[in-house]
Design a protein around this ligand. Sequence first.
Ligand code: GLC
Length: 723
Amino acid sequence: MSGHDHQSRIEELLGQMTVDEKLGQLQQLAWAWGTGPGGADTEQAEAAARKGLLGSVLNIVGAETSNALQRIAVEESRLGIPLVFGLDVIHGYHTTFPIPLAQAAAFDPAVTEKDAEVSAREARSNGTHWTFSPMMDVTREPRWGRIAESIGEDPYLTAGYAVAKVRGYQGADLSAPDRIAACAKHFVAYGGAEGGRDYNTVDVSEQRLRNLYLPPFRAAVDAGAVTVMAAFNTISGVPAHANPHTLTDILKEEWGFDGVVVSDWTGVQELIAHGNAANEAEAARRSLTAGVDMEMVSTTFVDHGRDLLASGALSQERLDDAVARVLRLKLRLGLFESPYVEESAALTAPTPEARAAAREVAGRCMVLLKNDNNVLPLDAQALRSLAVAGPFADSGDLLGTWTLPGAPAAVPVLAGLRAALPDTDIRHAVGVSSDGFDTGGIPEAVAAAEAADAVVLVVGEPPAISGEAAVRSELGLPGAQEELIDAVAAAGKPCVVVLVGGRPLTIGGWADKVSAIVMAWHPGIEAGPAVADVLTGAVVPGGKLPVTFPRTVGQLPLYYNHERTGRPSDPAAPDVKYVSKYLDLADGPEFAFGHGLSYTTFSLGDPVLSRERIGAEELGAGATVEVSVVIRNSGDREGDEVVQLYVQDPAASIAQPVRRLRGFRRIRLAAGEEREVRFTLGADDLGFWTNDPAGVFTVEPGEIHIHTGNSSQTRARRTLLIT
Ligand code: GLC
């Protein structure tokens, strides 16, 4: 879509609108959550809609309710401009898919496109036009609860998922009855909050802003995302809600974004708390002039816009530009032609097909972290008895953060295993609660394990301590779960841990005591069947970690794409003192970015380059280098592997990370099958942004090391020379 679509209709409408009607289009109010007419903010919304002084409402749910409010705006206001309805459809509407961090672990953007397609169909049929998703904040902070909504620590992986999710939500025609507007959020660098504390300070160099945090947003905008949401944090002292450099210089001018920038919840008013605005009038001025177009929940634009315009503090051009963007969104959604949703066509529950899709996606997201003596997959024929224990074994609370009220609970793991192992005697024992310290139930769990051929423990972090404002200072399993693991593992039976959660957890205290660990994340509505699929081998795990698992919180931030430093530590030389390391902890993570095992084995050949040298100018003119890798399934069963390609620039004007992911391909191979995987590298993959605020991307002459492998701890390497 070009920035000139619907231009004549927009100009016609602008010419008819009063200042108050224009300011009204920039207002989004929150609907009383889940209640019908009569809630305090419901009446506020209805009154504003009737006067034509409202642009949008968030959190309205249901075809009938949204039609009722829409009818007021369209049929009772002076110009009949329709409202646009937004909602946090983050990983599902009725059908809850695995959390985005889980989806990232699939290293397969198709899974997120599937989530988005199903979500869009269910949401639009119920009167939602716009989702505040995809969240694409790159983060290295597992203490930050919103890591659950992210795609993890890598900008290249996040960018790939951003494109797929925008495509899944918006499709080719945003006015279609099964598509919704996407929202790339939170612009920008929200994942860099100091200490992992939500809403906290972000101080970031221009080069890190442009090389780490901005690429996913550029990808989303280039993929056609029609809205962007501003972030709560400051960016080097300037709040993202009042930052002309990011909102206007980069997003709107450098990238040509012609959609709507919506504030986050009261994000404009919070400029006062930030210490950036003395009062609401100044907050409105700073935010509007910096580039925010629509205000969510707080009402400073409507309250002070008229005076700001009269005083010249707000230009008529900026006001009209903001209104034009909102009108363009509504025109693109087809709301002027079709403002109402067909109530009889509203989808009211997950379809079998949607459930099947959620189950398949969940299976692809799981990561096999360890599998000693190949205790997995469980052998349904040989397994006479199985103990299933832990606070999440028979729990439906596995949907994860940002799940919509009323979404059906997850199918428990216990039910999934019973269905998958009908001839196995399965005994269940809770053991301990998810966060309590009562260990009175542990003996029952131990007894069940002692009486069984094997034991599955389902433990981890409940969704209640994951997501927004859910920041943890420790990353261990809550409550007495680790005592449960110790006691059950001591029973001496093959012990499989299914780990659930919304972030990397520190598991070193017990990981060596158990036979196998599957990271299942918060796997969504089909949790149980998907876990059973993986444990029984119906689905061979092929997921990889999109985030580093630290061994202790004290290591944070810990991530794979780090700079070398002038004194890199060498695990092979642990006694060297004056290097970048801890006195009291050996180097390295519990599990690295890109790590994940399978039930089969794979062998990867060395990378082969289509050319060993290439000119920087050639690259700038679009030339590329092909990298091919032969991969073989050297095991005895079919499985997936994720071939990963990383680049490293060992000598550059700005110190480059030791690895940068620049290619990944999840590939399924039959036992013994061999295939060649190809990647293409161009200037964008090999260069980097400098610290120049004007935005300078450079490809410098010199060596580039090309690494390929099945995790970030790659081995094979080839050198490309840029001349
Ligand atoms: C929240 C979140 C944002 C969400 C919005 C509306 O505070 O930061 O991601 O879309 O408010 O619920």
